[in-house]
Design a protein around this ligand. Structure first.
Ligand SMILES: Cc1cc2nc3c(=O)[nH]c(=O)nc-3n(C[C@H](O)[C@H](O)[C@H](O)COP(=O)(O)OP(=O)(O)OC[C@H]3O[C@@H](n4cnc5c(N)ncnc54)[C@H](O)[C@@H]3O)c2cc1C
Length: 455
């Protein structure tokens, strides 16, 4: 790429929008996967408006430059990892949020943090439910592009269940509007859905319209300790059959110990697994839910069960769960899994992961949005030891294969990105893979959008 072409881009946008200095672009090379083989971007466009995004994509099309869209870079699948010579289009500076209490919608620019959308909704007594563990640091555009999940999905669903409308800048720089502020809209093919979870491979999202719901009731919390993850998984299956918990999370012993090392909270380091469940059902149904879930835990062999109506105590357990990601992060280099299986297969798959850890002599702490069957085994390795790196990679692949064999998926909420791309064909099969590629090239005939991500 000649310098003159880059100069054209710099000149087409206001001062400060295009970064070319390597000291500034370095921060845009990697997401949370911290890929060692990340490329170096030619430039970064820190868009402030949709028009800046349009100009960037028009320029990229004209010069056949690969584009890597980026929110706040908290992705756990390498979807925002820069490729060599790419243009990173960052939406982090587009942060406006507006709430309309009449239609119960929030209209947000893509760089607005999930937490900012929640806060804006709360000012009107409303709630935006999707709550990835990263809700304080991840952008709503990134949440839509990955179809992010989180802790409350077990009752309230995932990001796609709240997206009513999107503005998207297509690879050639045209801006299209999909959907709007209505709950119902069946005009044309459901293209809106295609863009939710598309991981930056079809265009850049520049505006999001989200459905809001009335504020959540305070929840009651149940905590149960088990001798093994299998027992905890058995309790989860039983609980899900007759209640709708608003949260149902699992930590195995290694995850509990990582939290205790990171931020001591007095959790039982000796138990095989911890379950944290909540019910926000109205009135007496809440106590009934807790009683039922406590019975399921006891029947599955829980060694201790504790229930509380006190929201402050409940929040303390939730904080333990939220600290798990950062606590495991502090354990060093790792490959983060995101497999999801039908809930009835949870006990088997939890056990299978322990077997895989033994087979490859690696540590795999597990935490899980257990009520969804969505597991986050974290394969730890020592980067200075090539044998450990290889065994971790093999274990990472085997865990995904175990999920496929159980009728599940290699990724429930983080996306395929670059990290899981090699195993995707085993899940989709040749026909669905080919269909995916055809759709992608229909929207992006030049193949400039996020090459190497997904497939
Ligand atoms: C501590 C921690 C906890 C987490 N917990 C959860 C969790 O519970 N649930 C969950 O689902 N995820 C979780 N994540 C993963 C991550 O936060 C989510 O995937 C999040 O949605 C990524 O948002 P982002 O703004 O950081 O996107 P980025 O990492 O910047 O990008 C992610 C993907 O989206 C694309 N993209 C970003 N913005 C746009 C845009 N405007 N238009 C088009 N494409 C775009 C990128 O190209 C990339 O493919 C967690 C991460 C961390 C670090």
């Amino acid at each position: 790429m000649d310098e003159q072409a880059v100069r054209q881009l710099v000149d087409a946008l206001p001062a400060g929008v295009v970064l070319t200095d390597p000291a500034s672009t370095e921060a845009y090379r990697r997401d949370w996967t911290r890929a060692e083989d990340a490329g170096t971007p030619l430039a970064v466009v820190r868009a402030r408006t949709a028009d800046h995004v349009r100009a960037a994509l028009r320029w990229a099309s004209e010069h056949r430059v690969p584009v890597v869209p980026r929110g706040t870079g908290t992705g756990l699948s390498g979807g925002a990892t820069a490729v060599e010579g790419c243009l990173v289009v960052s939406t982090e500076a587009m942060t406006a949020v507006e709430v309309d209490p009449v239609t119960r919608t929030a209209t947000a620019e893509p760089g607005a943090l999930n937490a900012a959308v929640k806060a804006a909704a709360a000012e009107h007594g409303l709630w935006y439910p999707p709550d990835p563990g990263s809700f304080r640091i991840s952008s709503i555009g990134g949440n839509v592009a990955t179809d992010a999940g989180g802790i409350c999905c077990v009752k309230y669903g995932v990001t796609r269940d709240y997206v009513l409308g999107l503005d998207v800048v297509l690879p050639d720089g045209r801006l299209v509007g999909l959907g709007g502020r209505t709950i119902k809209d069946v005009a044309g093919l459901p293209l809106l859905r295609l863009f939710v979870g598309s991981e930056g491979t079809l265009g850049v999202i520049t505006r999001v319209v989200l459905r809001l719901v009335p504020r959540q009731e305070p929840a009651a919390t149940l905590v149960a300790w088990f001798d093994s993850p299998r027992d905890a998984g058995t309790a989860v299956v039983a609980m899900g059959a007759r209640t709708r918990p608003s949260m149902l999370e699992l930590l195995d012993r290694a995850a509990v110990n990582a939290v205790e090392d990171f931020r001591p909270m007095g959790l039982d380091r000796t138990a095989g697994a911890l379950l944290i469940a909540q019910s926000d059902a109205p009135g007496p149904a809440r106590a009934a839910d807790l009683e039922f879930m406590a019975g399921c835990a006891t029947a599955a062999g829980a060694r201790e069960v504790h229930a509380t109506d006190d929201p402050v105590e409940g929040e303390a357990f939730l904080e333990a769960r939220r600290a798990t990601g950062p606590a495991l992060d502090a354990r060093g280099p790792q490959l983060a899994e995101d497999v999801c299986v039908p809930v009835d297969r949870l006990p088997d798959v939890l056990e299978r992961i322990q077997v895989i850890a033994g087979e490859f002599a690696v540590e795999i702490p597990v935490f899980a949005h257990a009520g969804d069957g969505n597991l986050h085994p974290v394969v730890l390795y020592r980067s200075e030891d090539p044998g450990s790196v290889q065994r971790a990679r093999d274990a990472f692949t085997d865990v995904m294969r175990a999920a496929i064999a159980a009728g599940g998926t290699i990724t429930g909420e983080h996306g395929v990105g670059r990290a899981k791309r090699a195993v995707l064909p085993e899940q989709l099969g040749p026909d669905v893979l080919e269909l995916t590629r055809r759709i992608r090239s229909a929207v992006d005939p030049l193949g400039i959008m996020n090459p190497g991500a997904i497939c």
